[in-house]
Design a protein. Structure first.
Ligand SMILES: Nc1ncnc2c1ncn2[C@@H]1O[C@H](COP(=O)(O)OP(=O)(O)OP(=O)(O)O)[C@@H](O)[C@H]1O
Ligand SMILES: [Mg+2]
Length: 233
């Protein structure tokens, strides 16, 4: 589903050049659950931005679903992104002025769906993440864990092929964090590809595969044996 070949990202400001990613080679197959780990500044968020088509590589290629997207225009990238990728961020990124229902409905604006189907889908997804009783609330009227569940619902509403999560539990206590992790795990079991950045070894253990970055390079890429231990337990 994803193939990065010799991909680099260099940030250039007037007098400084920062190599955030250096010659990354990475293949992610449909249905995988990948955890990306590594110290602060190693390039995790940069990698996720590129995978999410919010940023472009400086060199190298990025194949998404069999197509090299290097030649895509901004508009084509945005269309592909809106149709296939759901994002979950550390800081939830909900729109304060919109209700829970409206936040989750938002990504459907770009799809040609009738009002009634829209309503059906939003209600079903709110139920799925256990927040259907808070549809008319504003984000600030919710706990952190609830807000992140709304963010997960918003990511899911388009039936994405890929979920990208950047420290999705970074602002949550451990109980709410565990709930969000369990939700990502379940989504992955249902077939969605998940790529998650995390600082936590415990959360990394939810994934099937672990990629460790250091200074913008892949230091380790291996099947996650800890995951099996989690499943047995
Ligand atoms: N817009 C930018 N302009 C210049 N340098 C940048 C920019 N974004 C990131 N960088 C640099 O690229 C490197 C990788 O940053 P990135 O945000 O990907 O790290 P990270 O692994 O996500 O770190 P953290 O764990 O702290 O979130 C850092 O050295 C950072 O300073
Ligand atoms: Mg980061």
């Amino acid at each position: 589903m994803i193939k990065l070949t010799n991909l680099s990202r260099v940030f250039r400001t007037q007098d400084v050049e920062t190599t955030a990613l250096s010659n990354i080679n990475l293949t992610v197959n449909k249905g995988e659950f990948l955890a990306v780990m590594g110290p602060s500044g190693c390039g995790k968020s940069t990698l996720l931005s590129i995978l999410g088509m919010l940023d472009s590589p400086s060199s190298g290629s990025f194949d998404f679903a069999g197509t090299d997207i290097a030649g895509y225009s901004e508009k084509q990238l945005a269309e592909l992104r809106k149709a296939s990728i759901g994002f979950v961020f550390q800081s939830f990124n909900l729109i304060d002025e919109l209700t829970v229902y409206e936040n989750v409905e938002l990504p459907l604006q770009y799809q040609k769906i009738s009002k009634s189907e829209c309503k059906q889908r939003v209600e079903a997804i709110l139920k799925r993440v256990g927040i259907d009783h808070r549809g008319e609330h504003l984000p600030q009227q919710l706990s952190g864990g609830q807000q992140q569940r709304v963010a997960v619902a918003r990511a899911l509403i388009i039936n994405p092929k890929l979920i990208l999560a950047d420290e999705p539990t970074g602002n949550l206590d451990s109980k709410n964090g565990d709930e969000v992790m369990a939700m990502l795990r379940e989504l992955n079991r249902d077939g969605t590809t998940v790529i998650m950045v995390t600082h936590s070894e415990k959360e990394g253990a939810y994934a099937d595969r672990l990629v460790r970055l250091l200074d913008g390079q892949v230091m380790l890429d291996k099947a996650n044996t800890a995951q099996q231990a989690v499943e047995v337990a």
